[in-house]
Ligand binder design. Structure first.
Ligand code: RIB
Ligand code: CA
Length: 327
């Protein structure tokens, strides 16, 4: 085992409250842990809220942890689709932007798709890409450089609903539904996908108590208050829209991409062939998965279907303890 080997990671996201949990978790490990893992880029997409807001929120999280050296990309496309500001707030982070310092915009505005293409060219089959929003940027990288997605080690994506209801329609999950054509292209382009669908992410509701346990060591009142208020806001909107089937709390959907990357042993699943319906009258945006037990030769994804909740909470809690938010 080459102990000097470092794992390069890029996260493509649409922050969004649960994206914030994923971003902070990976940023913490990038900056404060002993792990031979480095976050080589954060690219942002239209999704929960518009591109300028997801971009600003990613920059805010880098500032929040004091990791402003990490390149952040912006989505420069205009994708007309239904956002999720009703869940995440108009600004995407619980309308709590005013609790955080002003965003320091980089002198040069990097493009998300260019960053993804360049990262795969630079790191090749060592690179892991986490995807916690719509797959717009990922599909455009493949369009720009056909075959490029298969060159990275793996793509760990939160999205889809296999044997549970969707959260946008009875069959469609938000990340897939927002840009189903792009999602369909990605599943047709590569076989190195690890998919974390609603089937898994809705098995655990993150509660106020979990939040207190995870962030009680943040020795910085404003930042701890931000995390507390973000949890409260997202719990309120999740309850208002009956996202969590009346359990008080919210789903940290996107954090599971980081959990799968750093703590794969707490997850279980299997290999399936996944494709996206883009034309159905009642079933458009569905992730169609053949779960029958017949023999098959084509599989493009590992789908995570269950996880150990106690180990997940222990992992995120212990990692968040590891660092000092500073002033
Ligand atoms: O369906 C959940 C997904 O949609 C998460 O990524 C959440 O942030 C929203 O983007
Ligand atoms: Ca997201």
């Amino acid at each position: 085992m080459d102990h000097n080997k470092t794992l390069p990671v890029l996260i493509d996201c649409d922050p969004g409250a649960d994206d914030v949990f994923a971003l902070l978790w990976i940023l913490i490990n990038h900056k404060f842990s002993h792990l031979p893992m480095k976050l080589v880029g954060i690219t942002t997409a239209w999704g929960n809220v518009a591109a300028d807001k997801t971009y600003a929120n990613a920059l805010r999280m880098c500032q929040f942890v004091g990791a402003t050296d990490i390149p952040v990309g912006k989505d420069h496309r205009q994708i007309e689709s239904q956002d999720a500001s009703h869940i995440h707030g108009e600004d995407g982070i619980g309308n709590l932007s005013s609790m955080l310092p002003e965003v320091q915009l980089p002198a040069e505005e990097k493009d998300s798709v260019e960053m993804i293409v360049e990262a795969i060219k630079q790191y090749g089959n060592e690179l892991v890409i986490l995807v916690t929003g719509p797959m717009t940027n990922i599909a455009l990288a493949e369009e720009r450089e056909p075959g490029i997605l298969s060159q990275c080690k793996k793509i760990i994506a939160m999205g889809g609903a296999v044997q549970v209801n969707g959260n946008i329609t009875p069959v469609a999950e938000f990340n897939i539904a927002y840009d189903a054509e792009s999602a369909a292209k990605v599943f047709n382009a590569t076989k190195n996908i690890v998919l974390i669908p609603l089937d898994l992410t809705t098995q655990m509701v993150f509660t106020d108590e979990d939040m207190e346990n995870s962030f009680k060591n943040i020795n910085h009142s404003t930042k701890q208050e931000f995390m507390r208020e973000l949890t409260k806001f997202t719990t309120k909107t999740n309850m208002m829209f009956r996202e969590t089937a009346y359990d008080k709390g919210f789903y940290v959907h996107d954090a599971h991409t980081v959990g799968m990357l750093l703590y794969p042993h707490i997850y279980k699943g299997s290999f399936y062939d996944v494709h996206v319906e883009t034309k159905g009258e009642l079933t458009k945006w569905e992730t169609v998965v053949d779960v029958r037990n017949h023999a098959r030769t084509e599989v493009n994804s590992f789908i995570a279907t269950e996880f150990n909740k106690n180990l997940f909470l222990e992992a995120i809690t212990e990692d968040f303890k590891q660092f000092d938010f500073g002033e």
